[in-house]
Ligand binder design. Structure first.
Ligand code: F6P
Length: 548
């Protein structure tokens, strides 16, 4: 790995931003809003049905101009085109990055190595729709003739987080007599709890794995087969109770799943960008093909916006640039994603893989060690729960934590005043973070001076507010695509490969070495460092079958 000054921090746009931030850092949102009463209306963009208010960031008009220059200087425009054109922008894996093809309309053509992939995508969507309709209608029967009542998706990472997030997000639109579960962890408890009250005769497993070799998924898939056959007895039953979603037909066949029951996707779909591919089969089973297509249309609308809108009005570009500013120029280390929508409870977890597996990188595309921070830590919880837990630190702690608030104008479950109260809270939080409450204001309320510092809110905490009309399948598509492209924007500026994930490999290899040391060679001397060796020995003494 070369240790060298990369051109990014030496570039004119970066240096200009550094100089600007040195003075802008001292500005307070209270003053910025006081100086410009139209700020809240100016620093917002409305596009693709999303109202994006970024006025509560510690920025001026000049900050935006400089960030836009940074984007231009980074070649963002041509990189976007390269992605949409199917160029192999995932350089370390020599792959095209074409999740946008998964939601391209039938009339479009997108070539990968000379082959138009759009007809392939639609053929799989049609196959998924045919299967989904048969299961949803009860026409698809289990081995003993009973209709399917339970669907269990077995997968991990992108083969789990997208499906579970989308299922939870769109549950309102789901067929309620079908029961959906998601098993991801290799911890047997995940599988045991997901299946303990289910009848195998009515249960369908979707084994979702791009590679079909992932340890966790294959371990769970084998346990599922054992569990199903305990009741169903005959291996012929597998064909009625197991389907696969994968790029690897050979491994699917080896596992014993008929490739007629396999839903294909392609190496140009990254795991964390795969929820629109056949990996979304559980989503389609839950909400039906029509709603699934509406979700894809939402994704596509944001794709078109990202590709065509000028950067100053481009939602993903602005979201990405603001994240860069907070991270690289204001020193923020994390981003809190706070959806004020219970159905989005798994959205922060989904975003964690999307953002951190994509942009948690330490070298540039050329393999040069970066000398600037890359991907921040994303985390969050649905509002209002977080307000009664970690918001204290965001409001009064010593760290700068930019927040993305996400909210919807209409409730899917309107009950009394709940929605107004919910929305009042999200607006109040963004307001409190930005403006705070000065010691004078606190004392003016009658607080004694010894207590006033504790009750003072400095404010000047940045946030974005992302407001949509209603959580529909299309709205979810737009929201996810907004973050996907914002991640891409940041990756381009940092000159990193946002589409590989080498950082997950070492732990996998070491685990494969340790497994036999725990199981088949329990008396051997483990071959690791003294800490790992001692842990292995101690674990062996805990194992149920260890000699006592
Ligand atoms: O954790 C690494 C990873 O490769 C993710 O990128 C991916 O989403 C996940 O594992 C699951 O991989 P697969 O779909 O091949 O089982």
């Amino acid at each position: 790995m070369t240790e060298a000054l990369t051109s990014l921090i030496e570039s004119e746009a970066w240096k200009a931003l550094e100089a600007h931030a040195a003075t802008a850092r001292t500005l307070h949102l209270r003053d910025l809003f006081a100086q410009d009463p139209t700020r809240g209306e100016r620093l917002r963009v409305e596009a693709a049905g999303i109202y994006f208010d970024y006025s509560k960031n510690r920025i001026t008009d000049e900050t935006i101009l400089l960030l836009l220059k940074l984007a231009e200087q980074s070649g963002l425009r041509s990189r976007i085109e390269a992605m949409f054109n199917g160029d192999k922008i995932n350089v370390t894996e020599k792959r095209a990055v074409l999740h946008v093809a998964l939601r391209a309309p039938k009339e479009e053509a997108i070539l990968v190595d000379g082959t138009d992939v759009v007809p392939l995508v639609h053929a799989v969507l049609d196959k998924m729709a045919g299967f989904s309709n048969r299961v949803r209608s009860g026409e698809w029967k289990g081995y003993t003739g009973k209709p399917i009542r339970n669907v269990i998706n077995i997968g991990i990472g992108g083969s789990d987080l997208g499906p579970v997030m989308a299922y939870e997000a769109l549950r309102h639109y789901s067929q309620r007599d079908l029961n959906f579960r998601f098993v991801s962890n290799v911890d047997g408890t995940d599988f045991a709890e997901a299946t303990r009250d289910l009848d195998a005769e009515e249960t369908l497993f979707i084994i979702s794995s791009k590679t079909f070799t992932t340890l966790e998924t294959m371990t769970n898939a084998h346990s599922a087969r054992v569990w199903a056959l305990e009741t169903l007895k005959h291996s012929a039953a597998i064909a009625r109770h197991f389907v696969a979603v994968s790029t690897n037909a050979e491994e699917v066949e080896k596992f014993g799943i008929d490739t007629a029951n396999m839903f294909e996707f392609w190496d140009w779909v990254g795991g964390r960008y795969s929820m629109d591919s056949a990996i979304g089969l559980s989503t389609m089973l839950a909400i039906g093909p029509e709603n699934f297509h509406a979700m894809l249309a939402g994704f596509h609308e944001m794709d078109v916006h990202f590709r065509t809108a000028p950067f100053e009005h481009n939602l993903p570009v602005l979201l990405g640039l603001l994240a860069i500013y907070n991270n690289n120029f204001l020193g923020a280390q994390t981003v809190a994603v706070l959806p004020y929508e219970q159905y989005l409870k798994r959205f922060p977890a989904y975003l964690q893989q999307l953002t951190m597996e994509s942009n948690g990188k330490h070298v540039t595309l050329d393999g040069v060690k970066v000398d600037y921070q890359t991907g921040p830590i994303y985390w969050g919880e649905p509002g209002t729960n977080g307000q009664h837990s970690f918001y204290q630190l965001i409001h009064q702690g010593t760290r700068l934590i930019p927040c993305d608030f996400i909210a919807f104008g209409q409730a899917l479950n309107p009950i009394g005043r709940h929605h107004d109260i919910l929305l009042a809270n999200v607006f109040a939080q963004a307001e409190a973070l930005a403006f705070g409450k000065t010691t004078q204001e606190v004392e003016a309320d009658g607080t004694p001076s010894w207590l006033a510092p504790h009750r003072t809110f400095e404010g000047n905490r940045p946030s974005n507010t992302i407001l949509l009309e209603k959580l529909t399948p299309a709205a979810l598509g737009k929201l996810v695509a907004l973050y996907e492209h914002s991640v891409f924007t940041q990756g381009v500026i940092w000159k990193i490969d946002s589409f590989d994930q080498w950082g997950v490999e070492l732990g996998k290899v070491l685990a494969q070495r340790i497994i036999p040391e725990l199981e088949s060679k329990p008396d051997s001397k483990p071959g690791h460092d003294s800490s790992t060796n001692a842990l292995i020995k101690h674990y062996r003494s805990f194992r149920k079958d260890a000699a006592k």
